[in-house]
Design a protein around this ligand. Structure first.
Ligand code: HC1
Ligand code: SF4
Length: 568
């Protein structure tokens, strides 16, 4: 512990504390641009410079640790001028089309320019319009807007260990790019969208598909149904000023009806179906000597990753489609049959916290229903945009319920949205199948939390199941390498591509940090315990689906509609 002063206010903190964080302890927010609390990028932009008594040079607060007796001054004429100079230089190379920019009002550079009162630029604007890359269907790269902070590179290289984007050249030529400046689809990119999530400006964003949805809704000939992923309901509120983790399910359903969707359904319904299929697949593999461990398959960025980086482990990956795709296959077969609708008139839309889901829905094999299982995927941010365009007050909406039967779900399904949730949901059902008795307490608290790699052994009344859980691709590698080398004997592994799972997906509201993810996780566990039924096999709508339509898990119809294969 050292003692320092920040603007004359004494503060004691560990000596590894950054000046930036020490200042926060006394309520002072030093402006930053390259710094992100979850990344190791430091002192690239130098917006955060501060003065230290007795030192001539200004120091970056995000890259300098405190020391005993340091007297930091965060706001002097020299500091203000240095920050302004940095900003002026960045703005001189930055396009000035804020009105048309997707990040207007959420742009970190725009906020700094406003805070520093930069109204009349010092330098002539010299921004170059580079070609916009938008051919992959999920992520748009507009590198004219790039401020070269390096956050996306750190995310792609160090957190996700994918290495699709990197820095190149030096000095004035310095840029952030792909190898040989190829389009993303010709790189190893897995479309996790984590680079999008940490970009402070409008250089990286998801392809906007809202117009396709408006057109479908406006076409009276089409029957437009929507499904919403678990993690959206605990993040959407942030777009309307609510705290992260606020459970907005009822308002979200009401908003989707106001937008004009004919039916508002829940991905949680098919998450329950996933547990029936995947749980059965695991028990079958365990009893018949199949390839183990079984690894979950719901996260499409993870599927892209295993196909590219660990193709030898593809036999381990569950053949189950993700809940999004299972839903799509059912909404174009079972649903129109029951509702007496021509399936060719159905437009299937999904709202996801994810950008990789856009690519997943476009995979050629995702048409088991005879149609595209999912026609359009929107992110949480795109849904918020549609609501804002409509002009109604989200906060004032009265809660409404999902439509039936594909809106009926259990608490086990809603926790799919956080790391460890799919595993817990599967255990809640497998216990009763293996043990043949009611599970007294459905909460498997030991496997919860945002730790990157979790391992445990679960005792199902004598049958021991060794499990592992990873979120984020660097953490996934730890488990995958152990499986490859044979130094572990897990039976069941859950992998989610994004750090923390879908609550931290690349399509969630901008400004996502570990703290926001923790709040969203708490929201999901709350939504789970608020549910009357908390085990997937007890979902009455899922039972009816098997009785009336599918037959049994892993049966012929399930294989046709709910399972898939991968591409090494
Ligand atoms: Fe997810 Fe899933 S939990 S993958 O993270 O299995 O995107 O939320 O919808 O499909 O259910 C995402 C979230 C989501 C699927 C489910
Ligand atoms: Fe890297 Fe993911 Fe961005 Fe692709 S989407 S460039 S894998 S961080």
């Amino acid at each position: 512990i050292v003692n320092v002063t920040i603007d004359g206010i004494p503060v004691s903190c560990p000596e590894t504390t950054l000046i930036l964080d020490a200042a926060k302890l006394v309520g002072i927010d030093i402006p930053v641009l390259c710094y992100h609390p979850d990344l190791k990028v430091r002192a690239t932009c130098r917006i955060c410079v501060v003065e230290i008594k007795g030192q001539r040079k200004l120091k970056p607060a995000c890259g300098t640790e405190v020391w005993d007796g340091a007297e930091v001054i965060t706001n002097t004429p020299a500091v203000r001028q240095a920050r302004k100079d940095v900003l002026e230089l960045i703005l001189a190379e930055h396009p000035q089309d804020c009105l048309q920019c997707v990040r207007s009002t959420s742009c970190e550079l725009q906020k700094l320019a406003r805070d520093f009162g930069i109204s009349k630029p010092l330098f002539k604007n010299d921004a170059k319009q580079l070609p916009i890359e938008d051919s992959n269907g999920a992520i748009v790269r507009d590198m004219s807007k790039c401020v070269k902070c390096g956050r996306c590179v750190e995310m792609c290289q160090e957190v996700q260990t994918v290495g699709a984007i990197n820095t190149a050249h030096r000095s004035v030529e310095y840029e952030i790019t792909t190898a040989f400046n190829r389009p993303l689809q010709d790189t190893t990119c897995v479309y996790c969208g984590q680079c999008v999530s940490v970009c402070p400006v409008g250089a990286l964003y998801e392809k906007d598909d809202t117009e396709k949805v408006w057109q479908a809704i406006g076409n009276e000939d089409q029957h437009v149904v929507v499904q919403v992923a678990p993690a959206v309901r605990v993040a959407l509120g942030e777009e309307f000023g609510m705290d992260p983790g606020s459970i907005t399910t009822g308002k979200m359903v009401a908003a989707l009806r106001r937008l004009g969707f004919d039916k508002v359904f829940d991905t949680d319904f098919s998450a329950d179906v996933t547990i029936m299929e995947e749980g059965s697949e695991l028990l079958e593999r365990m009893s018949q000597g199949g390839t183990l461990p079984l690894i979950t398959s719901c996260s499409p960025g993870w599927i892209n990753f295993v196909e590219t980086f660990y193709p030898e482990l593809l036999p381990n990956v569950s053949s189950c489609k993700s809940p999004q795709q299972m839903f799509g296959a059912l909404v174009k077969t079972n649903y129109p049959q029951k509702a007496g609708i021509d399936p060719s008139k159905i437009v299937s839309v999904s709202i996801m916290p994810c950008v990789a889901k856009k690519r997943e829905s476009a995979r050629p094999e995702m048409d088991g229903s005879g149609y595209r299982d999912v026609d359009v995927v929107l992110t949480t941010r795109e849904l918020a945009r549609m609501i804002k365009q409509s002009g109604f007050d989200f906060n004032k909406l009265a809660n409404e319920e999902f439509d039936n039967p594909m809106g009926i779900s259990t608490g086990a399904a809603v926790i799919f949205g956080t790391s460890g949730g799919v595993m817990e949901a599967a255990l809640r059902t497998m216990y009763e199948i293996v043990v043949g008795k009611e599970l007294a307490n459905v909460d498997f608290k030991d496997i919860r939390g945002l730790t990157g790699v979790k391992e445990a052994e679960v005792d199902l009344n004598g049958t021991k199941v060794k499990i592992a859980i990873a979120n984020g691709l660097k953490n996934a590698r730890v488990i995958l390498d152990k499986i490859k080398s044979g130094e572990c004997d897990y039976q069941f592994v859950e992998i989610m591509c994004c750090p923390a799972g879908c609550i931290g997906g690349g399509g969630q509201p901008w400004g996502t940090t570990t703290a926001t993810k923790e709040a969203r996780m708490a929201g999901l566990y709350q939504a789970d315990s608020d549910k009357g039924i908390r085990q997937s096999h007890k979902n009455p709508a899922v039972k009816a689906l098997y009785d009336e339509f599918l037959g049994k898990p892993l049966g012929h119809k399930s294989h046709e509609l709910l399972h898939t294969h991968y591409h090494p």
